[in-house]
Design a protein around this ligand. Structure first.
Ligand SMILES: [Zn+2]
Length: 812
């Protein structure tokens, strides 16, 4: 009897997708998938003799001993199984950076974990594979109702996060098999293994984890199949028409239309980002027919980590043809506008306030109509076409001049100042009052310097008598000067990045410590609007004061080109726009205050942060991971990992490229570097720019002295500094002998702290008795020890490495 049941199950599994019950609505199917439970008649007893295992994407999951049972079938398909007992999961990532990440989270570069329970979901051959192995091992299914019922409440809880992914599989004409294993690790606690070919990187292993009150998703490893082509999105947004009302209570009510082009035929699911606080009431098509949608039902843990789980899934009634265009209308309402007190409002950090399709490389037109309470001012992405009053409301209309990847707005009881030129207008907006939390900090007794969670980047300095201020500063005081400085930065950046891409730039204040550069609109932290005395009283160290005053506003200005014109689509390329923006901000700050050596000061600060532990980090930033990890740098191990690694190491990487391209003594020593950036900003305008594109562009601009591997390749540089971790440490031994033309300096350069294969052009200088250093030449360090010899007119006292701050390294 039980044998027969197993055979029926096997037979049913071979049914094609066409056999799925077509009459059920997506919602009915979703509910049915959520309701799946363990079939008590399919419990298999495994022993150490049976050796049942699954292999997915190089991961081996062995079920050594215990009980394994299948879910009930739905439409003849089994999509789940559970296991309780003892098992073992093994995985060894290939790439160095993935090994490094495994080691960061697990203490070893491989996954080698025992588990005591498993929850499996799949649309692939898992059930057939297991049944075949059970048959070969002579196992028969048992009826075990208590075992099945023990799983009921857990399945009710976990099923919904897999149902949509499984549902989509049945509706797609291009099915991409899905495999998920949630394992209860003995040492690690629960962790996820995903092998999903609909993802750009099918294999992902990781786990949710808390650090204090904050939740993170730690990705232990993620990888693509070798040589796999990147996946293309099935749908591309062409035009957003967003009609948004902000009501007296600051809640938002909207009616938006998105025009979409189909890029890949056969797909029915569109995934929009939308803040979870915005409830969608309807999605309709061109004929006004309701289109089924799901909001905030997570696709999978892998989807959840990538951009939060604020998703709106829209299921088209039928798959459009390739190149077919269609529109969807959305109605939604809710609270995305936060009130920071004292009339300071803002749109919640990183919240998506409209249904946004695609990634940062989906450039589209935007038409924005906004209604808001008359007492407030509102600024938005695009050119302002009209603004007028109607009763208690103001109504404004904006339209983008060119396709952009995202649109934003900000509002408040603003004062403003502007600077205009023939090519652009800059309007700076700031609240007259400080947000409540900052007001309290400034009005109250000197803050507790050690308990200040909202200030990033290290502990604030102890307060001093300088902190005493008689009146509360207003962010509006800084408006005129900031407008002028921003205008100067635009002129400075145009040399490297081409003409400013927009007619208008609105610069608006946002509470807290974060900033963001939307197309034509900046969010700048209140702290950037405050004078040094108030910044200090708010608990900022000298370094953080300089960060908020000298870098933050101008970093965001640079994003107008780098991020808003030159886009990115894969998290592994996200570092580029950040690195270039931060480096250009350093160059601008340096140009404004040349006597202060701003560039040098920041490069030294970043170097220190990369190689030393600090009170706010329990490991040097470089040990968190490589630049190419992008958002993955943010984890329970390093909550500030993105800023700590990307800004510092990113700036150093751009700096090293600039130094290698430099032509000392030329009329414009930076001509090659300038041309490189201009070429990129022109060639990649309105599309994604990847790390391999960057490498190609550097290779087109490189000099023979940069060809360390002999050929015209910069692979060595990108592999070591972008995709890798490790900062070399150098020391030298040398002797100097008098010869006819001066002195012959012979020596050895020792390289440690990096893999043996690490290569670098190391500038070597001789210091004379007066402390003056003379450039001897560049040693191409290969491995732990490299010999060198130079001639020099004077006897060297000492040999110095990197005396001009051109190489990220440490020396004795
Ligand atoms: Zn940035």
């Amino acid at each position: 009897m039980r044998t027969v049941a197993a055979i029926i199950v096997l037979g049913c599994l071979s049914l094609s997708h066409a056999a799925l019950a077509a009459e059920d609505s997506p919602h009915e199917r979703f509910v049915a998938l959520n309701g799946l439970r363990v079939d008590p008649a399919t419990v298999y007893e495994l022993t150490t003799a049976t050796s049942i295992e699954l292999r997915r994407g190089g991961v081996q999951i062995a079920f050594e001993e215990g009980k394994l049972a299948f879910f009930n079938a739905l439409d003849g398909r089994i999509t789940g199984a559970v296991f309780s007992g003892r098992g073992h999961a093994l995985a060894a990532p290939r790439e160095a950076v993935e090994k490094q990440q495994m080691a960061l989270f697990l203490g070893a570069p491989v996954l080698d974990q025992e588990f005591i329970g498993a929850y499996l979901r799949f649309t692939d051959e898992t059930a057939n594979e297991l049944l075949r192995q059970f048959q070969n091992a002579g196992l028969q299914p048992q009826l075990d109702t208590p075992f099945a019922s023990r799983w009921a409440s857990l399945l009710a809880q976990i099923n919904p996060s897999h149902s949509l992914r499984i549902l989509v599989e049945g509706l797609s004409q291009n099915p991409q098999p899905y495999f998920y294993a949630g394992l209860e690790g003995i040492v690690t606690g629960p962790f996820d293994i995903i092998y999903d070919t609909s993802r750009g990187e099918p294999l992902m292993i990781g786990q949710p984890r808390k650090n204090g009150d904050n939740s993170f998703y730690d990705i232990w490893t993620s990888s693509a199949a070798p040589g796999a082509a990147p996946l293309s999105s099935a749908f591309h947004a062409l035009q957003y028409t967003l009609d948004t009302s902000i009501l007296a209570n600051n809640s938002l009510d909207a009616n938006s239309i998105v025009r979409i082009r189909t890029e890949v035929a056969g797909e029915r699911l569109l995934i929009f980002q939308l803040a979870r606080s915005l409830a969608t009431t309807s999605v309709t098509d061109e004929r006004g027919e309701a289109v089924p949608f799901f909001q905030n039902e997570g696709l999978s843990p892998a989807e959840r980590y990538s951009r939060g789980n604020d998703y709106l899934y829209v299921m088209l009634p039928e798959a459009p043809r390739r190149a077919q265009e269609f529109t969807l209308r959305f109605r939604y309402h809710g609270d995305v506008i936060q009130n920071a007190g004292n009339g300071v409002l803002y749109v919640g950090a990183r919240e998506c306030w409209y249904p946004h399709l695609g990634d940062s490389a989906n450039f589209a037109g935007y038409d924005l109509t906004m209604r808001w309470p008359r007492r407030l001012r509102l600024v938005a992405t695009g050119a302002s076409l009209d603004e007028h009053e109607e009763g208690d409301s103001r109504i404004g209309h904006w339209r983008t001049e060119k396709p952009v990847s995202v649109a934003g707005f900000n509002l408040g009881e603003y004062a403003s100042a502007s600077v205009s030129s023939a090519s652009h207008t800059i309007n700076v907006y700031a609240n007259r009052q400080l947000e409540q939390s900052l007001d309290n900090r400034l009005a109250g007794p000197p803050p507790d310097m050690t308990a200040n969670p909202s200030v990033p980047f290290g502990l604030p300095q102890p307060n001093s008598q300088l902190g005493i201020i008689s009146t509360t500063p207003s962010p509006a005081d800084a408006l005129k000067q900031l407008a002028k400085d921003i205008d100067s930065s635009i002129r400075f950046y145009e040399k490297f990045s081409g003409p400013f891409p927009f007619r208008n730039l609105s610069v608006s204040q946002i509470p807290g410590t974060f900033g963001q550069g939307w197309p034509g609109l900046l969010y700048i932290s209140t702290l950037s609007f405050l004078p040094p005395s108030a910044q200090q009283r708010a608990g900022l160290s000298v370094k953080n004061q300089e960060h908020f005053t000298d870098l933050v506003p101008f970093h965001e200005v640079a994003h107008q080109w780098w991020g808003n014109i030159v886009g990115w689509s894969n998290y592994r390329d996200q570092w580029i726009d950040e690195a270039i923006s931060n480096y250009l901000a350093l160059m601008f700050a340096d140009s404004q205050r040349s006597s202060d050596h701003v560039m040098h000061t920041w490069l030294e600060r970043y170097r220190k942060q990369l190689i030393e532990k600090s009170p706010h980090m329990d490991r040097p930033a470089d040990e968190i991971g490589s630049l190419s990890l992008g958002n993955r740098l943010i984890s329970s191990q390093a909550p500030e990992g993105f800023e700590d690694v990307i800004y510092g190491k990113g700036a150093w990487v751009i700096h090293m490229l600039r130094q290698m391209l430099r032509q000392p003594g030329a009329k414009n020593p930076d001509a090659r570097f300038t041309t490189l950036l201009q070429t990129i900003s022109t060639k990649y305008a309105g599309r994604a720019f990847s790390t391999s594109d960057f490498q190609k562009e550097v290779e087109a601009a490189m000099t023979p002295s940069m060809a360390l591997e002999g050929s015209r390749s910069m692979e060595w540089f990108f592999e070591q500094w972008v995709r890798g971790t490790g900062i070399p440490h150098y020391s030298v031994e040398f002797t100097a002998h008098r010869i006819d033309t001066g002195f012959l300096v012979k020596g050895k350069l020792f390289q440690t702290g990096v893999p043996r294969s690490f290569i670098a052009p190391v500038p070597v200088y001789a210091s004379g008795p007066g402390g003056h250093s003379v450039y001897l030449g560049t040693v191409f360090a290969e491995g732990p020890e490299t010999s060198f010899h130079f001639t020099t007119p004077d006897a060297p006292h000492k040999i110095l490495i990197d005396a001009q701050t051109t190489l990220l390294c440490t020396t004795e």
